[in-house]
Structure formats: C-alpha cells, structure tokens
Design a protein around this ligand. Sequence first.
Ligand code: NAD
Length: 517
Amino acid sequence: MRLSDFRNEPYADFSKPENAAPMRAALAQVRAGFGKDYELRIGGERFRTGDLLKSINPSNPDEVVGLHHKATAELAERAIAVADAFFPAWAAAPAAERIAALRRAAAILRRRKLEFDAWLVYEAGKSWAEAEADVSEAIDFCDYYALLAERQAVPEALVQLPGERDEMRYLPLGVGVVIPPWNFPLAILVGMTTAALVTGNTVVVKPSSDTPTIAAKFAEVLEEAGFPAQSYTMMVGSGAEVGDLIVTHPRTRFISFTGSREVGLRINELAARTAKGQIWIKRVIAEMGGKDAIIIDEDADLDAAVQGVLWSAFGYQGQKCSACSRAIVSEKLYDAFLEKLAAKVQEIQVGPADDPANYMGPVINEKSMKSILDYIAIGRAEGRVVAGGNRLQGNGYFLEPTVIADILPESRIFQEEIFGPVLAVTRAKDFEQALAMANNSEYGLTGAIYSNNPAKVERARNEFFVGNLYINRKCTGAMVGAHPFGGFNMSGTDSKAGGPDYLLWFTQAKSIAERIS
Ligand code: NAD
C-alpha cells in the first residue's frame, strides 16, 4: 500500500442516538471500574510498592479513577536492566513479527474504542468528541507505523558500484525511555511507544502522573497484541526519583519526550552528559510547547475565521500544543472580529466532560487551573477581557473560555505558553506586521492564516515560521499521514510524528558493501 493510500480511522458521530447509547454504556462500565489499583509490571513480574499515585477525575476531583503503584529507584533500574537484556532478541526478531503485533494492537484499540473514549473522558477531562479523536489518532499511529515499518524493512536500492553489492539497513537503537504528556494521553503515548517498539527497540515508558490509568489500559493492549513482557515497562513514578534515573542511565540509548519546554530542555541537558560506562551519544527526540497564532487578514472570510479561532483556542480547554493562543487580526476587521468571537464564546457550555452537552470540560488539575488563573490576572493588566475570565462554580476545575483583547506583542500573555482556555487578541495594521508578530515567538509549532488573497497566502507558505501551517482552517487537529506533526525553535526537534520519516528517529542506518567479483 502506498503511504498516500492510508486512511484515517473514522470518528463516531455522537449526535446519532445509535452512537450515543453505546458511549453512555461505556461510560457506565468504566465508572464501575473506578478506584481499582494497578500493579507495576516489569518483565513477567508484578510489584505492589504500596506507594500509590492517585489519579482523579478533573470534572470531580473527589472521584478516584485509579491507584497506581509507583516505581522506586531500584525498580526503575530493574526496568532498564530487563529492557537492556531483552533488546538483542527483540532487535533480531523478524520485522514482520513486530509489525503483526502492532496491527493486532490497532485492532484491539478499535474493538475497545468506546471504552478508551470513556477513560479519556474521566481521567483527562476530554469531551466525547475530543476523546474519540484521541483514540482514533492512536489507532492511526499503530496502522501507519506498521505500514512505515514494512517499507523500512525493504529499503530503496542504493547505487550499485561495479563488482559490489551495496545495501543499507535500518537497525534499532537500544533501550528507549518514552515520556509522554497528559494532554493526548493515549495518542501520543501510543505513537511514541509503538514507533520505538516496531523498529525493534525496547522501552521504559513513564506516563504522566495525571493520566496513568489510560497508560495502564494501553499496557493491556500491548500484552494482548503479543508484545513480549520484557519489551516494554509502563511505569509511573516521580520525575525526581525515577525520571532522572532513567534519562541519565548509561544503558539508555534514546529518549522520546513530548511535554513542556522546561522539562524537555532539562531532559536534553541531562541526556547530553555522558555517564560512566556509556558508549553512545544519547538521541533525544523532544516535542515541546507552542504559542500558536492565527492571522486574520483583511481579505479573510470573517465568519470562517471566527469559527476556526474558536475551535482552535477552546477545543479541549485550550490544552493542546497546537491550540491557538494568539489571534492577530487586521485592524480593518478587528472590532467586528471581537464582537462575533465574544458572542460565540459566551455560548460555549462548560461542565463535566461526561455530559455531551458541554463543549468544554475541566482543565487537567488544580495546579494548572491556578497557573491559568494567574495568567488571566496578568492578562487583565496587559489588555481588556472581552469574554470569560473566571473560574466556574462546581467541584471540578472549570474555567470560562477567556478572550483578552488589545494585547501588545511584548506582553507576557502574547509570549508565554498558558496551556488553557485563554486567547490573546492583537491588532495588526497590515499583513506585513501581522506576519512579523506571528513570528515573534520563541516557539514555532502550528499557525494558521485566514485570507483569500493568494499573494499573502503564498508569503505565509514561505515566511510563517512554523512546523505545521494551516491555510483557511483551524490550527489544531493534525491527522496522521496528512499532517506530519512537529515544531521549530523551542517547540522541539520537529520529529514529524505521523509522517513518512518518523521511524528514522528510532533507528540507525548500517551501510554494507560486499565485493562480489
Ligand atoms: P510536562 O513537561 O510537565 O510533562 C511531560 C512528561 O514529563 C510527563 O510525563 C511528566 O511526568 C514527565 N516529567 C516531568 N518531569 C520529569 C523529569 N524530571 N524526568 C522525567 N520525566 C519528567 O508537560 P505536560 O504538562 O504533561 O504537557 C503539556 C506540555 O506538552 C505543553 O507544553 C504542550 O505544549 C506540550 N505538548 C507538546 C506536543 C508536541 O507535539 N509538540 C504535544 C502535546 C503536548
């Protein structure tokens, strides 16, 4: 199959009763499994350390979703040792075996899709639609990386010198440490983990403390799919106690991280130091934050732009690395844009994520809620709040979608990643200035432009410095295979997850020349 023939997993339309009813049943079934405890499994052994990480429902923090036995430093060492010992066997296994296991994983996720949707609703606070998109993306990653691995197993022919047979093979690297974020607790975890495994690496995965149950459920999928127990460990634990240990371990060959810039840079620094006994330079794949802008040019379709900004800024409460947090609007449309946007924002319904009437659920945790409220306070001083600005009643971490206008490009809320439902709006006198403002950022992840002027669109193609540019559409919702994902500058290493070259990050190439006459 050609890569361009790949098709994304379709989303269930929950407005149809025949889809909504089974989703309700899945929510009830998952809720009945709340509060269970999850052992730590390393190789074939199970451990109960008694030091429990409590994962809660951010829509109602009194509800415990799962209890997870945290790894100690000693167990983290053991996880690396098991992965290291098993690596040669897994690397030598036929690629077809690993690919078949990955295809089975996709099929299991597809079968358990609604159940996974429900875990995401409860543990990550995703709306039904956002959860469905996350699980669909996880399935896409499995299928797409299986396809890529098949192609990598039969590389393109090299130039054949006279009297020689010349070839190149892709070999796995070794033990990988996989550190995903909580905001795509299934898709990103699955993408990073399976890319490493299918290419023949073994992994120690440390999921986010906010979403460990989703990770534990995916470990069940890997097991059922036939990935050997020694090929992966799913291990929760504190960054300070086990995070640093697995990153700095001399047998760790690479680290695949997605998360904040602060943690990513620290991991990059730690990984750059050579530990005693280490015989390689560790590879770091680090996908980090964003401060993504949408330019609304004077030639834009205003209603389409308002809708695109709304979805991009407030889908999943603005907690996407790709979320629009800066709208840069032509002064000719500025007042009309704000008026239309504010009216639509006020209609957004916020509340518990399991109620499909709510477009927005809670933010992930209390710390995050406080940090976002602090940014809103900064924004009040730096600009004019035209919608939202407050915490909502209720036990959950509910915030109003917030729009702050008249923000200057030097302002903190124009420059710093807030990672919540807060949009800064800025006025631009012309397209030139709008583009300069959009590029005035340490980040460079996603961006969009709304314009019907081909010359300006062409300039954006060339000069808008982001890893993922969107034209006349929202800047969120990258699809596997169609929108390879990753950003420039402080947004990370631009590894382009879901793209044709992604698996190269998990391999090293060996060139072989044989004299044949
Ligand atoms: P985070 O950096 O706080 O945490 C990411 C992961 O790192 C978590 O699993 C966390 O447990 C772990 N971690 C924290 N300290 C550690 C340490 N010392 N050693 C090892 N691991 C450690 O980020 P987050 O809050 O989970 O996620 C939100 C961030 O992720 C945002 O900045 C967002 O933009 C970014 N993100 C980027 C992308 C992308 O593709 N560029 C995608 C999703 C999210």
